[in-house]
Write a protein that binds this ligand. Structure first.
Ligand code: BV8
Length: 253
């Protein structure tokens, strides 16, 4: 629980440069299974066994069936109060960056703009040869595994275990973590690197690290405050937002 000192709303009010790191827990209340929770399983497989280049090389059809299942499930999910609280936060602080590990696209659907997707996005596919990107439909794929017009296999445009994160996204996240004056971590088990090192970087540069998660994580000991509970309940309350069901889209500049 909170270890004393100013509450999160006070810290935000005083902050100039805020970074938020999210994981699968921020989408849990939208109905998206987390990676390591009970809902994280698909058929008899573990996510870690399928989200690898080796699994894709061995059985591209199986891996695409998993992503196709996830996309169709996520298409029926909506952003929840935690996503919208983060949108409000983005619009409230002078400098803001959302760094998400999630590939479900729900932050963008909620209205987040200043964000990096460290692990890519399952709504996009990439040609295995050319690297060209194409958007994927909410409906089931006509052909599994899908192929590029060049004939080569398409792959989900996500970062698999053992693959490097997109350098521009990681560099932007590291720079923001080292320069922020408040680092908020929401809904991550903090076991996947290098994303899990970002709060450590923030703390080493003097920023308070505030964790909001259902249960303790390896980050809890390091955090200045840990709030355990559901992000959709806790985050709006901690930030002092009485959230309208869906925040008005930003007025065009
Ligand atoms: C790399 C995309 C090097 C795919 C994902 C030891 C040390 C350092 C690194 C390693 C190491 N051993 C192995 C590694 C490397 C590995 C790694 O970190 N492995 C872990 C498992 C130990 N990392 C990598 O391979 C990364 N690449 O290191 O490359 C390199 C460098 C140069 C050249 C070549 C290679 C790549 C990692 C990215 C993998 N891709 N996703 C896809 O999604 O299909 S990771 C995957 O895990 C998701 O992105 C997910 O977001 C992410 C992290 O998981 P979480 O988001 O935290 O989800 P989880 O289910 O674990 O936890 C949810 C939390 O929410 C829980 O704590 C739960 O309590 C909480 N919760 C639940 N409900 C709620 C809630 N909280 C609040 N409210 C609720 N309602």
């Amino acid at each position: 629980m909170a270890k004393g000192g100013p509450g999160l709303a006070e810290r935000v009010a005083a902050a100039q440069r805020v970074v938020v790191l999210t994981g699968a827990g921020v989408s849990a209340e939208s109905g998206v299974p987390t990676f390591r929770g009970t809902g994280g399983l698909w058929r008899q497989y573990r996510a870690e066994d399928l989200a690898t280049p080796e699994a894709f090389g061995r059985d591209p059809r199986l891996v695409w069936e998993w992503y196709d299942w996830r996309r169709q499930l996520i298409a029926r999910c909506a952003p929840n109060a935690a996503h919208f609280a983060i949108v409000h936060l983005e619009r409230q602080v002078p400098e803001f960056l959302l760094v998400t590990q999630n590939v479900d696209g729900l932050h963008r659907r909620a209205g987040s703009v200043k964000m990096v997707e460290l692990h890519g996005n399952l709504w996009r596919a990439r040609c295995s040869r050319e690297g060209t990107i194409q958007d994927l439909p909410e409906t089931p794929l006509a052909e599994i595994p899908p192929r590029c017009a060049c004939g080569w296999l398409l792959r989900p445009d996500v970062v698999w275990f053992g693959e490097a994160l997109p350098p521009p996204a990681l560099e932007r996240a590291l720079l923001a973590a080292s320069a922020c004056d408040l680092f908020l971590v929401v809904g991550t088990s903090a076991v996947v690197h290098p994303a899990a090192s970002l709060p450590v970087v923030a703390k080493e540069h003097g920023a308070p690290v505030i964790e909001v998660n259902l249960e303790p994580t390896p980050l809890t000991a390091l955090a200045h405050e840990s709030h355990h509970g559901k992000a959709g309940d806790l985050l709006p309350r901690l930030l002092g937002f009485s959230l309208a069901p869906d925040p008005q889209p930003p007025t065009p500049a």
